[in-house]
Design a protein around this ligand. Structure first.
Ligand SMILES: Cc1ncc(COP(=O)(O)O)c(C=O)c1O
Length: 368
C-alpha cells in the first residue's frame, strides 16, 4: 500500500490536532510586539534570557544552571561532546532511544546496556556491573514514560541510582522530555531535585508540550559545567534560535502551555486505552503494559516472531512501527515500539487490524 494511506505508529511526534497552532500564532505575534530587539537579535549562547529564567524558576535552580538549546537533541550532543571521549564507558537502558545510541557510537563510547524493568532501570544489575569494576562516566536515563518502552523509574530506584552515582563517581544524565505528559498515576520527583551532590545533568524539551518544529530544549546542571557547554555552544552556532525561544517564552508565560499540556494528555490517554483494547482483541499473543503517560508502548510478541519480516508485511498493509531491534545493540527480534502520539483516535482500530493481519500472515508462514 502506498505511503499516503499509511497509519503510522512509528513517529514520536504529535498529530496536528493536538498542536495549539492558534496559541503559537498569537504567541509569535506577541513576541515580536513585546521584545522586537531580543527576538530578532543573535542573543547569546545560553538562550533567550527570559525563557532561561522561566525554566530556572520551574526547576527551582539559578539561571546560571540553565542552557536553552535548539531541541534537546542539541543539548544531548553538547553534553556528550563535553563528557564522553573515545573509549569512555557509558551506561544506557536496554532498550533505549535510538538516537542516544547513535550519538554515543559516533563518539566511540563503550556502551553498556543495563536491563529495563517495568519500574525502570535494573539497579541491581547496574550495582553488579559497578562491583565488577565498570567505571562509567555517565548513565543515561529516561525516567518517565521511557522511549521506547513507556516505563517509569520508581521513586526507590531514583534514590538508589543517586547513591550509586555518588559512590562510583559518575554523572546521571536525566533525559526527561515526557515528564509533563502523565495522564494517570502519581508524579515523581526528578533526580535533579533529589540530587545533593551535583551528580545530575537534566535535559527536557518543548517538543512534546508545545510542538517539535519549534526546536527548543534545554539542559540544567552544575553552573560550572553549563558555563563550559555555553562556550562550546558559542563556538558552534553563536546562539540558538531566538525567534523560536521568544515565542516559547510567550506561550509559557501566558499560561497557554498549561492548556496545551491538558489537550495532549487527554488525547494520549484516550489513544492508549484504544490501542491496548485493540491489541488485546486483535493480537492476543502480544504482551505489553499500558504506560501512565508519554508517547510509546513496547510490545513483545512470541519469541519466534521475526520483526524484520513483520515490518515488511505491515508496510505492505499500510501500517508502520519501529522495530525493537533499533533500540538495542543485540536481541529484541520479537519486539516493537508503537507510538500513539501521531495517530488520531479513529485510526487506531484500523491500524491495529492491519498489524494483526501482518502478524497472522507471519505466523502462518512460520508454521508451514
Ligand atoms: C528520550 C528523548 N530524548 C530526546 C529527544 C529529542 O527531543 P527534541 O525534539 O527536544 O530534540 C527525544 C525525542 O523523541 C526523546 O525521546
Amino acid at each position: 500500500m502506498a505511503g499516503g494511506d499509511t497509519i503510522s505508529f512509528a513517529r514520536g511526534a504529535p498529530s496536528l490536532d493536538i498542536v495549539d497552532v492558534e496559541g503559537l500564532r498569537e504567541s509569535a505575534s506577541r513576541a515580536f510586539e513585546r521584545d522586537p530587539g531580543g527576538t530578532t537579535a543573535y542573543g547569546t549562547s545560553i538562550g533567550y534570557v527570559p525563557l532561561r529564567q522561566w525554566i530556572a524558576d520551574q526547576h527551582g535552580v539559578a539561571p546560571e544552571q540553565v542552557l536553552v538549546t535548539n531541541g534537546s537533541m542539541q543539548a544531548d550532543a553538547f553534553l556528550f561532546d563535553e563528557l564522553v571521549g573515545e573509549g569512555d564507558t557509558v551506561v544506557v537502558e536496554r532498550p533505549t532511544y535510538d538516537r542516544t545510541l547513535l550519538g554515543l557510537k559516533q563518539r566511540g563510547a563503550d556502551i553498556r546496556m543495563v536491563g529495563l524493568e517495568q519500574d525502570g532501570l535494573d539497579v541491581e544489575e547496574l550495582a553488579t556491573l559497578l562491583a565488577q569494576g565498570a567505571r562509567p562516566k555517565l548513565a543515561h536515563i529516561i525516567p518517565n514514560f521511557q522511549n521506547p518502552a513507556g516505563y517509569t523509574l520508581s521513586r526507590d530506584k531514583r534514590d538508589r541510582l543517586l547513591h550509586l552515582a555518588r559512590d562510583h563517581d559518575f554523572v546521571i544524565f536525566e533525559d526527561d522530555p515526557y515528564v509533563a505528559l502523565r495522564f494517570t498515576g502519581e508524579t515523581l520527583p526528578t533526580m535533579l531535585s533529589l540530587d545533593r551532590d551535583e551528580r545530575v545533568v537534566y535535559a527536557s524539551s518543548f517538543s512534546k508540550t508545545v510542538c517539535p518544529g519549534i526546536r527548543v530544549g534545554y539542559l540544567v546542571g552544575p553552573a560550572e559545567l553549563i558555563t563550559r557547554i555555553a562556550k562550546r555552544a558559542t563556538n558552534t552556532y553563536i546562539s540558538p534560535n531566538m525567534v523560536a525561544q521568544s515565542i516559547v517564552y510567550e506561550f509559557c508565560s501566558s499560561g497557554r502551555i498549561r492548556d496545551s499540556i491538558e489537550t495532549v494528555k487527554s488525547a494520549l490517554a484516550e489513544r492508549v486505552d484504544l490501542l491496548a483494547a485493540a491489541l488485546e482483541r486483535e493480537i492476543p499473543d502480544a504482551r505489553f503494559t499500558p504506560p501512565e503517560g508519554g508517547y510509546f508502548m513496547w510490545v513483545e510478541l512470541p519469541e519466534d516472531v521475526d520483526v524484520d519480516a513483520l515490518f515488511t508485511a505491515a508496510a505492505e498493509r499500510g501500517v508502520a512501527f519501529v522495530k525493537g531491534t533499533d533500540f538495542l545493540l543485540d536481541g529484541g527480534r520479537n519486539t516493537l515500539r508503537l507510538a500513539y502520539s501521531g495517530v488520531t483516535a479513529d485510526q487506531i482500530d484500523e491500524g491495529v487490524a492491519r498489524l494483526a493481519e501482518a502478524y497472522r500472515q507471519q505466523r502462518k508462514q512460520a508454521t508451514v
